[in-house]
Write a protein that binds this ligand. Structure first.
Ligand code: UTP
Length: 424
């Protein structure tokens, strides 16, 4: 049995030596101890790793500490509530026309780990205690309802999963009869994973033949859509505008004719919905321009001076929070998919196999994780529109198990929107 792996092993051994990653070599008696198929699978994983990229990312992690420099200035924002009735009706009608012509698709990003919620299963399967019984169910119902209200065909719905939750997500849809959606109109695709690297630059294993990998962040969506043929599929259907949102905002309007019309009318490559921050320290990134290009400064990177800055009316200059509700033109998705996005570094605590082959559980962060952020794509488009909406109508995130942004707060906000008839 072992001989069949000898050639493959010797290629991998050379590669690992060349990149200083020999700790990843399988144990000498791997085929005997773990079985041939486990060894084959592991070698397959090692073959797919781009070691050059990993070494580059490690160097980047050692050198960088912030999200970058650049001169920051305010970005123009359109306040939805201040639109005249005429303009609102015109934009809405424009959006509905695009919908009826099949020019729109919705994407839900559901590849996150949902660590803070701590639910056993994909976050979209979580039940906040409403009639729809899961976050996926809530989104499906809303999309179906919009199609009915706008007299348009079912809206193509794409769902991004991760290697970790893809099978469970598909099973959940099957078990729930696709929530009334036609199977042809729901398509799943997985985002890519990247190995985690320890502070010495060594790729981490969390079992003798298992590399510790993490989803490459919500910004990984562009590369994933491009590589999995999702953008071509959309083009073939005649889609021109694509909304991308998260799974964990129970008030997300995956299909909002006003927002589609706003994007089309402005000729924007990308558009984002915003809402005014509750207070300057709310944990949300804010829209702005950096060196004249659309940008989001993360709450972890914002200076006190920037967060507190007010204009002559006492309004926050950088108060428009990014809520992961964005629209892209199909052309923009192609560009971002080909170019990809830069990675950011997060420091994480993860179990690891040490040099003696023993599994260790550290008390402090011990590894780098690499993630791309969706909003880094904004700078690739010169022309971006921001539409400020009402928090109570469009934002109720499920992030934490308890307290702020928890299932309980989201349920209360959802029920209140339902009572006000704000769920169309
Ligand atoms: P968050 O950044 O809140 O992460 O994702 P999360 O994984 O849901 O939760 P924590 O931080 O582990 O507690 C915001 C949205 O982006 C998606 C999530 O599924 C969610 O809809 N996301 C995030 C991805 O699809 N892939 C990722 O790699 C990260």
């Amino acid at each position: 049995m072992e001989n069949t792996f000898e050639k493959e092993l010797s290629v991998i051994r050379k590669k690992l030596a060349a990149f200083g990653q020999e700790q990843l070599l399988p144990p000498a008696d791997a085929a005997g101890v773990y079985g041939g198929s486990a060894l084959r699978e592991y070698l397959g994983v090692l073959e797919k790793i781009d070691f050059e990229q990993m070494n580059e990312l490690y160097r980047f992690a050692r050198e960088t500490s912030s999200g970058g420099e650049g001169s920051i200035s305010p970005i123009p924002v359109t306040v939805a509530a201040a639109l005249s009735e005429r303009k609102r009706a015109r934009l809405f009608a424009k959006g509905e026309k695009i919908l009826r012509e099949g020019g729109f698709a919705a994407v839900t990003m559901a590849g996150g780990q949902g660590t803070r919620l701590g639910h056993d299963g994909p976050k979209g399967t979580y039940d906040i205690g409403v009639a729809e019984r899961s976050l996926f169910g809530i989104q499906a119902k809303r999309l179906l309802r919009r199609a009915e209200l706008s007299s348009c065909p079912q809206i193509p719905w794409y769902i991004m999963t991760s290697g970790e939750n893809d099978a469970q997500t598909r099973d959940f849809f099957r078990a729930n009869g696709y929530f009334g959606y036609s199977e042809d109109n729901v398509r799943f695709f997985t985002q890519f994973m990247l190995p985690m690297v320890d502070f010495d630059g060594l790729i981490v294993r969390d079992a003798p033949m298992h590399v510790k990998q993490g989803a490459d962040g919500h910004g990984g969506i562009f590369r994933a859509m491009h590589r999995h043929g999702i953008v071509s599929d959309m083009r073939a259907r005649g889609v021109k505008y694509v909304f991308i949102g998260g799974i964990d905002n129970v008030l997300v309007k995956l299909c909002d004719p006003l927002f589609i019309g706003f994007t089309a009318d402005g000729g924007y490559g990308a558009a984002g919905k915003s809402l005014i921050k509750r207070d300057p320290r709310e944990k949300a990134g804010v829209f702005c321009l950096r060196d004249g290009r659309p940008h989001v400064v993360e709450y972890t990177e914002i200076t006190e001076e920037m967060a507190e800055a007010v204009d002559g009316n006492g309004d926050y200059i950088y108060g428009d929070a990014h809520i992961l509700c964005n629209m892209f033109s199909i052309g923009m998705l192609e560009t971002a998919g080909e170019k990809g996005l830069p990675y950011h570094v997060a420091v994480k605590k993860t179990k690891y196999i040490d040099r003696e082959g023993i599994l260790r559980e550290p008390d402090a962060p011990n590894a780098y994780k690499f993630e791309a952020f969706i909003f880094d794509a904004f700078s690739q488009c010169g022309n971006m529109g921001i539409l400020r909406v009402k928090r109570e109508d469009e934002f109720a995130p499920v992030k934490n198990r308890e307290g702020e942004d928890s299932p309980e707060t989201a349920r209360a906000l959802y029920e209140s929107a339902l009572r006000r008839g704000a769920l169309d």
